[in-house]
Design a protein around this ligand. Sequence first.
Ligand SMILES: [Zn+2]
Ligand SMILES: [Zn+2]
Ligand SMILES: [Zn+2]
Length: 315
Amino acid sequence: MLPTHSGSFRLFRFAGIQVYLHWWWFVFAVVEVTLRSRAYASFVWNVAEYLALFVIVLLHEFGHSLACRQTGGKADEIVLWPLGGIAFVRPPPRPAAELWSIAAGPLVNVLLVPVIWGLMWARANLGWGIDFPDYRRFLTAIFWINSGLLIFNLLPVYPLDGGQIVRSLLWFAVGRARSLQIATVLGAVGIVALAGGLLWLQPERWLMTLLMAGFLGQQCLAGFRHAQAILALERIPRHADFACPTCHQSPPGGPLWLCPACGGRFDPYSTVGVCPHCATARAGIPCVHCGADHSLAQWGFGRRSRPGDPPVIDV
Ligand SMILES: [Zn+2]
Ligand SMILES: [Zn+2]
Ligand SMILES: [Zn+2]
């Protein structure tokens, strides 16, 4: 079950990115804040620590989303739920775009290290917040929270960021589908090892560990299936005379599109978007590779009128 925004409510919108908060966050907030009630002299710092975790996760997800936008990809949703944040990113299918969209998340945590060090330095040398005895403990706590998140996310286990970075690097060498296949198989092994290690280190948190392993395992399986689907798609011959304006890939030939009017299958690239079963014309055709929707003109239907090019079919 990949968390979607169902069971979540809209928190705010920033730079066109809608942030959702899953209601489970509140359950975890109560448990966490109460469990740590003895860590600080004042209860307020427990709440502050949990809010800091929330902000760190949010900044990490914004790192992914904004980097994905930079590559020309789609990223307009972030869901915060108890096992972490999810940035729904869809970079254009190029290894460099994928790599930057993934690496920008952990990079935010790397940049937060000197920020937290700076606050520690200012407290010790300039006396900032020196009147609050809990502030020092709070800074130490958020330093370890940030470092912990960074190390965990960089584990080379798909679908964690580290595993996805490995996948993007493999993409340069073995292509889109094979890299995903290799990364997800290695990911499955990694998840079992990770869950085993955590169960051994902290057996009392077995439920949390199993939930996490199940969640990661499901995403790993979905990734593997996606790789199989891309491989199947790559075997189909393509319409070399068309290219998607977004991902520059040619569409596969064959009746792979459903007519929204009659439900019949057809190949819109060989009929100029007209369904051969019911004669309904499509205004646009979605790209099977990246999902971007483009009009017939954007696909280049009207352009091929130079002598020697295949004729434009009249309807
Ligand atoms: Zn991440
Ligand atoms: Zn495309
Ligand atoms: Zn039809």
